[in-house]
Each structure stands twice: as C-alpha cells, then as structure tokens.
Design a protein around this ligand. Structure first.
Ligand SMILES: O=C(O)CCC(=O)C(=O)O
Length: 294
C-alpha cells in the first residue's frame, strides 16, 4: 500500500524560526512584527516582558478556586479542550460552542458586558491593557498601536485571560481566522498575509502547558488529517514537520505567526493551572499601524 508521506521522508523540512531574548534586549526585537510577517521569524519570546511578580500574583489568585470571577467555557463540550476565559463569552476564534465563531454583534455585545473582568484581576496600578499596548509598541518598528473599533464605535476586546486546568490542552490548529463573520469589518482593515498571536504567562503548570510550533503552514493543501477529515493528525504532523517547544514562566511573552503555522499547547497535569493573557495582532492594511484584539 503506498505511503502518502513516503516522499516527504527525505524532503527538506521547513524549520521553525525563533528568537528568544531578555526584555533588557528588547531593542533587538524592534522589527519583530515585520520579521513575523516576512517569515524571517515564526516565534519571538521576550523573557520578563512584564513584571513577573505582578503577573504571578494575579495568576495565583485566579487559580485559587471557585471564588474567582465567572469564567466562560466555550469548549466545554470537548472536555480535553475546555479552556476557561475571562473578557468575553465569544472569543475571536472558532470554538466547540460556535465552530464558525460568534457573530460580530455577539462578539461586541459580550466585549461590552465583560470589559472590567480582565483588568480587575491585577494589583491596583497595573493597567494590563496599557502594558500590552506599550510592549507591542516596542516590537512594532515605531508604528502606533491601537485596539480596533467597530463601525458603531464599540471597541474590540484588547486581551483575554485564559485558564487551562489539569487534563486540558489546546489541540493542534492555526489561527488564520479572517474568514469568520466576526472579522467582516476587521479583515478589510488589516494586512491578511498572516495573523500574530501574543501570549503572556501569569502562571505555569508543573507539567505541560508548553507551546509547540510546527513547520507546517496553514496554506499547505496536504496537511495530514484524521479520517473524520476535520481534525489534524498530530502523530503524522509530528513525524513529518519540524517542531519547536517553548516553555514559558510568569512575565514571559511570546509572539507567534499563528495564522501561518500549526501549533498547540501541551496537556496540563497537576493541581497548578496554566494561566495566560493574550490575543491577536496584525498590521493595518496600509502598514502604518498595528492593531491588537482578542
Ligand atoms: O495559549 C497559548 O499559548 C496559545 C494560544 C493559541 O493557540 C493561539 O494564540 O493561537
């Protein structure tokens, strides 16, 4: 029986291209977003991008148990992927609750409703939205950075907080989401060559929670899939493509060309949750600004 992957055994693998730097060297990353767009880099890690103690304290409090704020659970139907979210009930991605994503209206309404939930988790004086804004600005080659607004003036969600507890993971996927309804106003305003994820760690689990990135691009027409034709075949992807693994600590940030490359988050084991804050960003269509949302 022919092996559909046999011809790839000797083909050169596309490497995952990454840069791992300390926040003190941030000047080296001034072109980060351009480098991610150009494909010169796929992942940029900034160690200590945010104050580690402040983020770790927020992460610890959020992990404390049921007394924490109301998490939304858009993937509850698929227990292993049951990501918990603060900041919206309707994230700007497909979910098991809404496989084609929410409508733009539902997304904006949920953003309005949950606007305070994410800021309230940090110590007074730490404005997470402002901190993200300023940090992204230092990676944007001097471009202004902004959260987009809908045509009716309502802002998008700047970031969400995500919690993965024992036994949960984020399965292999890419984030080229511009075709979803909730991108119908945003997609025409941005440079859709790719979409970039930004993720900062508040709490690291004892086991799992690493970011795995594969040299498999979302535009490839022959990505290995399971017989259901829907989910990717992780074992075949791991056999066929280069893989890079990134372990993050509180305060660390990564930027990933998630619209281009398949990636996943390893399954968490143990009592300590993985808690992050993050979202997406893109260059504006003219290339003059950077927009970020979640
Ligand atoms: O939580 C993470 O580290 C990655 C989230 C993710 O899959 C994404 O932003 O595309």
């Amino acid at each position: 029986m022919p092996n559909p992957f046999s011809d790839t055994a000797t083909a050169p693998r596309r490497p995952v291209r990454s840069l791992d730097m300390a926040a003190a060297d941030l000047a080296q990353g001034a072109q980060a977003i351009d480098d991610l767009y150009a494909g010169d880099l796929d992942v940029i890690v900034v160690r200590g991008a945010f104050d580690a103690e402040t983020l770790a304290a927020a992460g610890q409090a959020l992990d404390a148990g049921p007394a924490t704020p109301a998490w939304s659970r858009p993937n509850e139907k698929m227990p292993v992927e049951d990501l918990q979210l603060l900041g919206t009930d309707n994230p700007a991605t497909p979910t098991y609750q809404a496989p084609r994503g929410a409508t733009l209206e539902a997304y904006l309404a949920s953003a309005d409703q949950h606007r305070q939930d994410t800021e309230a988790v940090f110590a007074p004086g730490f404005n997470a939205r402002r901190q993200i804004h300023d940090l992204l600005g230092r990676l944007s080659a001097g471009r202004p950075v902004a959260v987009p607004e809908a045509a009716d003036g309502r802002p998008y969600v700047p970031f969400t907080i995500r919690r993965l507890v024992d036994g949960r993971q984020i399965g292999v996927h890419h984030d080229y989401h511009y075709g979803l309804d909730l991108y119908r106003e945003l997609a025409p305003q941005v440079d859709t060559r790719t979409l970039i994820s930004y993720v900062a760690t508040l709490r690291a689990p004892q086991v799992g929670g690493e970011l795995f990135v594969y040299g498999a691009t979302s535009d490839a027409t022959d990505l290995p899939r399971l017989p259901n034709g829907f989910a990717y075949d992780l074992a075949a992807i791991e056999a066929r493509y280069d893989c890079a693994r990134f372990v993050m600590a509180p305060g660390d940030l990564f930027l990933l060309a998630s619209g281009r490359l398949l990636h996943r988050v390893g399954r968490i084991a143990g009592p300590q949750a993985r808690i992050t804050m993050g979202g997406f960003l893109a260059l504006s269509q003219s290339g003059e600004r950077v927009l970020f949302w979640s």
